[in-house]
Ligand binder design. Sequence first.
Ligand SMILES: Cc1cc2nc3c(=O)[nH]c(=O)nc-3n(C[C@H](O)[C@H](O)[C@H](O)COP(=O)(O)O)c2cc1C
Length: 432
Amino acid sequence: MTRSLRLVASGEYAFGPIARWRDPDVTPADIADLDQHAAWANWAEDAGFDALFYADFLGFDPVRQLSPRLPFDPTTLVTALVARTRHIGFITTGSTTFGAPFHQARTLASLDRLSGGRVAWNVVTSFTGEGNFGLEQLPSPTQRYARAQEFLDVVDALWASFPESAIVDDKAAGRYLDVSRVHAIDHAGEHFSVSGPLDKPGPARRPVLVQAGASPEGIAFAARNADVVFVAAPDLEQGIDFATRLRAEVAAAGRAPDEVLVMPGFRAFLGADAADARRVRSRHVTPDLLEKARRAVLRESDRFQFANLALDESIPASHLPTDADLAASAGRRSRAQIYLNWAREPGVTLREVLERIALEHGHFALTASPQAVADELERWFVAGAADGFMIGYGSGIAQFADQVMPLLAERGLWKPATDHDLRSRLALPERG
Ligand SMILES: Cc1cc2nc3c(=O)[nH]c(=O)nc-3n(C[C@H](O)[C@H](O)[C@H](O)COP(=O)(O)O)c2cc1C
């Protein structure tokens, strides 16, 4: 059997499913307990996941933080977790809008070495956090992606500036390093001036780069640079459309279309049959969750004016952004567009839209039996819409692993990952 579907799980699930923190026996100390996060990573490793993914948003969000968020900087947590695991990969997140390339190149080179090539970088251009980095306004998507490209080019140049082969370890001559093989990069661009070289050896192989561009600029950026592309695609049609557009851009960037893996976010609400799964899903819907979604949607566009609308009414167009509003936004337009499409569905009520926002976040989600879920994942794979999935909470990632992954294995669609470094685990070609 060849290895086909790649499966990544959300690292934050260590304290999921969604409302587990409300169990009387779960304390804030548990949520911040390294042992709990390590136990989750060990479990995910044994279950055969390729990697755990840790998202990051560089600012306090008063709605999100009504429920516990990861209480650590993700890269710091990943540094601790690589020491507690043997071969699972970790995808941490780093912003090109707010960070500095020299710092990022050093951190990732260090993590790559410490982990034996197990840490990937989810490259984000950020859609919040400007106030924490001296900016009055978030730069436009075009500006953010232009800076992101220069950022990555500098990181690549820094990694190459200090090759491992410069370490000659000549004990007799008393010369550890051949300094002539380490070179400055003298980068002077629009956004960065970096002389280099890096002061630590670069990674032996380029770390896996993950990206989730959904705008035209974002897709072009992902196509040029990424090994893995995450996407929020709520149905197969949109999944196929995204994968087709991405692969065309990958080819236009001079790369083989199949050297980039498309991984839609996915979550399953599992039950014995469809009716049981609906009951399982409905247990996750609490009134406060709907009220949070009512406020959280403003993060995507302040034109979603749901504050005073009744839950069981349809949503008047005057309370929704227009297409022009979204086109003019500096933020994350793609997710707002998904929510707008849901809100515009004929006959849909505010309650139904808020439920979807709260439980699905714009991602591909199924409320079904394990068999039906396996059928549908296979359909996405065969249609070329997915090379794998990034598995979020749903009714439980452990339940997904216990009930769906064996079915995928039986069909020859998946087998547990055993390789030690992430590039090999994902069967990705070398880069750089
Ligand atoms: C699965 C997934 C995970 C993401 N994780 C993050 C994240 O951790 N931090 C962040 O700022 N953006 C994150 N994003 C947003 C993307 O980086 C990107 O901004 C978004 O998909 C919209 O694309 P665009 O930037 O081309 O408009 C994520 C998107 C997806 C689909």
